[in-house]
Design a protein around this ligand. Structure first.
Ligand SMILES: *[C@@H]1O[C@H](CO)[C@@H](O)[C@H](O)[C@H]1NC(C)=O
Ligand SMILES: *[C@@H]1O[C@H](CO)[C@@H](O)[C@H](O)[C@H]1NC(C)=O
Ligand SMILES: *[C@@H]1O[C@H](CO)[C@@H](O)[C@H](O)[C@H]1NC(C)=O
Ligand SMILES: *[C@@H]1O[C@H](CO)[C@@H](O)[C@H](O)[C@H]1NC(C)=O
Length: 639
């Protein structure tokens, strides 16, 4: 029999005694100052086709043995013939492929068009474009943004040709649409008058178009996604992966030195995630991303291991260790050093600071642990420590004995119930070897098995999963060993993805970006940072109410964070802090959602309800409030 909810709830609520919690004024743990962050790797088109704001898909026909070069995303204008070429004098050795556009007989205008990353967002804003062309042409190029559905042209730039017979010449232009397009079903095209060419054809390469970017950086990042990250309040960025750092095979590893400098010198690479990347979002762009969000980089260096299980033998690992040192010199060395000078040459004389370096990714998997334990981690660790004694070095696993002060990285993808049952998981770790939660996410519903061969994971984070993550994170926050936490993967393009769920989801239309239910938890917890935890006393054990208390020593506020999981009724809480008197005020923020399966979807309303109220401590300084099932809350005193 199903009892009507309205009858059942008040009865139970009336019957359950309040959870009394008293918080001491000293005796807790110092916490990390980078508790919540972001993780990046090229998956789900979260870089190319996502955060990296380039609007043209397949802009330079990059490809290789794994994902061959193609004309994907390109169509001809009028009856032009498009053919992929490897010319004897290519644009660059990094970009050997180009497209030849040949007009049909009698055409007065011919060209090519690109459909973008499954759409192009057209608005009244300035677009910055460029393309390389080879072949004699004494006319004008037209660069246009057009609707596919109605054929309407939103903007056209007329670009005088500087094109010559035997060389590649770059042309630049800007576009300013007169109106916003009603949807993203638009193309970008370049056309020319074939009658003013030698044989009716021209060769094109590296065709690029950017909307306004975050901080107006050239070759920059998408504004809506940067805003969503900034609003979350992250403290670190772990990059460039993830599995993508490793590569499927040893030669397929992520090579930092092929992701820097002019775009025409970046060959791109086969990602681990079923597509070719441009490397337009490269090492320098990652650091600018950190700069723009004011977060600490956690730089992952390649650790001598590929996903297919191959490892570099000990006797051959030396040059790869040197490559990691070179990368760190590129990032942090003065301009007098070899690689510091290279950084200056690509536009960044000022060195960056790097405090955290991770060696590899998930080296406990695919048979990597033995070589990692026996020599790989140690060789990287010792070399980096010697040259950079202040850098916190992290192993990519916690399944091994770590050298003094080295940290580890623990990843958890699981069902909500298992996040909750791991509430005390962190108690086993000591701050002498801090632990990064470099990838966590509730991926499947309770009752389901985590089956890695059949990735029927949830499409988006859903509320009970997010609450379970909150319970786990509260448990982790108590520990002085926690370095930081990040959801993974962090983003996906809903029109082409390899793995869900993600913290943010989007498509070509920036107004449809979804901040997930889990995003709200990170946002709430990150903005209420506990610098020192405080011991609590309660008559009741943890569950269904899970909580942590502490202080923010910068503001002198007392903070209480809680999540309710699996309660049959609202949980009444009576909370007092040693030293906080009757009449003191606090702000209570409570997050809830319509039901356990509520998801924030691309283009849909945000379902997370955020209730903020001012409450006052009553007699003996006790704050009284009730938290419903599946709620996540923060109480912060007004110091
Ligand atoms: C774009 O418009 C074309 C032509 O009307 C249509 O066939 C196509 O399905 C549309 N694509 C999207 C993504 O709406
Ligand atoms: C990048 O560094 C590797 C050594 O790790 C070297 O073999 C390769 O030639 C370099 N590539 C470029 C473009 O400098
Ligand atoms: C939550 O409740 C369900 C149903 O009673 C139970 O199966 C599950 O173990 C509980 N989970 C936790 C973490 O308490
Ligand atoms: C301090 O950390 C230990 C070990 O993780 C934990 O058991 C304890 O509850 C923490 N104390 C506080 C007050 O958070």
């Amino acid at each position: 029999m199903v009892l009507p909810k309205l009858l059942l709830l008040p009865l139970l609520a009336a019957g359950s005694a309040a959870v009394d919690i008293s918080v001491s004024s000293s005796g807790g743990n110092k916490t990390s100052n980078i508790q919540y962050g972001i993780m990046e790797e090229e998956i789900n088109h979260c870089g190319d086709g996502g955060l990296y704001a380039e609007l043209i898909r397949n802009r330079a026909f990059q490809g290789g043995s794994e994902f061959p070069s193609s004309l994907d995303a390109w169509t001809s204008v009028n009856d032009a013939t498009l053919s992929l070429k490897q010319l004897s004098n290519p644009l660059s050795s990094a970009l050997p492929n180009s497209v030849n556009v040949k007009a049909a007989k009698g055409d007065k205008e011919t060209g090519l068009a690109n459909e973008g990353w499954w759409g192009i967002d057209v608005r009244r804003q300035k677009y910055t474009g460029s393309f390389y062309v080879k072949g004699s042409y004494k006319g004008v190029f037209k660069a246009s943004l057009k609707s596919i559905t109605s054929g309407e042209t939103f903007a056209t730039a007329h670009v005088d040709s500087k094109s010559v017979e035997d060389d590649w010449v770059q042309h630049r232009f800007t576009l300013m649409p007169r109106k916003d397009a009603s949807n993203t079903n638009n193309t970008f095209s370049i056309t020319f008058d074939p009658r003013h060419t030698k044989d009716g054809s021209l060769d094109f390469n590296l065709i690029s178009l950017f909307p306004p970017t975050w901080n107006d950086r050239p070759n920059g990042l998408r504004r809506d996604l940067m805003q969503a990250m900034k609003d979350m309040g992250p403290k670190f960025l772990r990059f460039p992966g993830g599995n993508n750092l490793e590569g499927q095979t040893l030669p397929g590893r992520w090579k930092w030195n092929e992701t820097i400098g002019p775009l025409k010198d970046r060959p791109g690479r086969a990602t681990t995630w079923k597509y070719q990347e441009t490397s337009g979002l490269g090492l320098v762009e990652y650091m600018e991303w950190c700069e723009d969000l004011e977060v600490e980089p956690i730089v992952a260096v390649w650790g001598g291991f590929a996903l297919n299980g191959d490892a570099i033998p000990e006797s051959e690992l030396g040059p790869y260790v040197q490559d990691a040192l070179d990368e760190l010199e590129f990032l942090t060395g003065s301009v007098d050093t070899k690689f510091g000078a290279l950084r200056a040459k690509v536009g960044h004389p000022e060195p960056w600071k790097v405090k955290y370096v991770e060696v590899g990714n998930e080296d406990n998997l695919n048979g990597g642990l033995e070589s990692y334990k026996s020599y790989r981690f140690r060789m990287f660790h010792d070399a980096i420590k010697e040259k950079y004694p202040d850098i916190q070095i992290l192993a990519s696993t916690v399944d091994m004995t770590l050298p003094e002060k080295a940290g580890g990285d623990y990843h958890l993808y699981d069902i909500p119930d298992n996040f909750v049952s791991k509430f005390n998981f962190f108690d086993q770790y000591s701050p002498d070897n801090p632990v990064l939660l470099g990838e966590i996410a509730a991926t499947q519903f309770n009752g389901e098995d985590i089956n890695w061969d059949d990735t029927d994971f949830a499409l988006y984070p859903w509320w009970i999963g997010s609450v379970a993550e909150a319970v786990f994170m509260i448990g982790a926050e108590r520990s002085p060993a926690l370095l930081g936490t990040t959801y993974a993967p962090f983003m996906m393009n809903l029109d082409n993805y390899q793995w869900s769920p993600t913290n943010l989801a989007f498509n070509a239309d920036p107004s449809k970006t979804a901040r997930s239910t889990s995003w709200h938890i990170y946002e709430l917890f990150s903005h209420n940072h506990i610098t020192t935890t405080l011991p609590t006393k309660s008559s009741v054990d943890f569950g269904p109410l899970y909580y942590i208390a502490g202080k923010d020593e910068d503001t002198n506020s007392h903070i209480f964070k809680a999540a309710v999981y699996n309660s049959t009724a609202e949980v009444p809480v009576s909370l007092s802090f040693d030293g906080v008197k009757s009449g003191s005020t606090a702000q209570l923020t409570v997050l809830t959602a319509p039901d356990a399966y509520s998801m924030n979807e691309v283009g849909q309303r945000d379902l997370v309800d955020r209730r903020v109220e001012q409450i006052t401590a009553g007699e003996k300084g006790v704050f009284e409030f009730e938290l419903p099932d599946l709620s996540v809350a923060v109480l912060k005193t007004d110091s």
